[in-house]
Design a protein around this ligand. Structure first.
Ligand code: DX5
Ligand code: ZN
Length: 217
């Protein structure tokens, strides 16, 4: 099933509750929360208190994308704050520590995911394939919204879908970065079923129309 996950990075943070209600009414499936620490990526965004506030404000599925170093240190706190899915980058720590982070997320009753930066090959997912509910393939360098979609990532999306099908067919494949009504069909054709969109949703006045335009593209 296709899911649309607007990224609040492009929302008005002073009115976050209303912004999330707007996309809920507009038919969004997930709220995508971009967490940046200024170390793993050259930008700082939001953290645990914002996830906790969102949890009080909405019953929508909170898809938390951690762009932080050594996420094993913080995943339990994001789970307790009310994330529904906690997603970490394969590049953010050793395999051993990342596997421990995934174990903690699952022990807290939450879904878990692993993300790959553009330069990281699909093979890096091999140790995680059977353990995750979602794989995220970045279609921009993580750190900022509003960047140009990298269509050369579609081979990786196809490869990941092929790797998952025999061992974890229910696993979602998400793409993030530069997704809009023009690039969404390319993602769907490659096998992505969760589309993150920041500027293409929150940058538009009519969020319902923006979500529908991506869904029906
Ligand atoms: C980038 C973030 C994205 C970003 C997407 O590091 O992970 O979720 O908000 O923004 P757009 O859709 O504007 O490229
Ligand atoms: Zn993201």
């Amino acid at each position: 099933m296709l899911k649309i996950a607007p990224s609040i990075l492009a929302a008005d943070f002073a009115r976050l509750g209303e912004e999330v209600e707007d996309i809920r009414r507009g038919g969004a499936d997930f709220v995508h929360v971009d967490v940046m620490d200024g170390c793993f990526v050259p930008n700082i965004s939001v953290g645990i208190p914002v996830v906790a506030s969102l949890r009080k404000a909405t019953d929508m599925f909170l898809d938390v994308h951690l762009m932080i170093d050594r996420p094993v240190r913080y995943v339990e706190r994001f789970c307790r704050a009310g994330a529904d899915l906690v997603n970490l980058h394969a590049e953010a720590d050793s395999l051993e520590n990342n596997l421990e982070a995934l174990r903690i997320i699952r022990a807290n009753g939450k879904k878990c995911g692993v993300t790959l930066k553009p330069a990281t090959p699909a093979e890096a997912l091999s140790p995680y394939l059977e353990l995750v509910d979602l794989v995220l393939i970045m279609t921009v360098e993580p750190g900022f919204g509003g960047q140009k979609f990298m269509d050369d990532m579609m081979d990786k999306v196809r490869a990941v879908r092929r790797m998952l099908d025999p061992v974890n067919p229910g696993c979602d494949v998400e793409v993030d970065g530069g997704v809009d009504p023009q690039t969404a069909p390319i993602c769907k054709a490659a096998g992505a079923n969760v589309l993150v969109a920041g500027s293409a949703v929150f940058g538009k006045a009519d969020r319902a129309a923006a979500i529908e335009a991506i869904r029906n593209s």
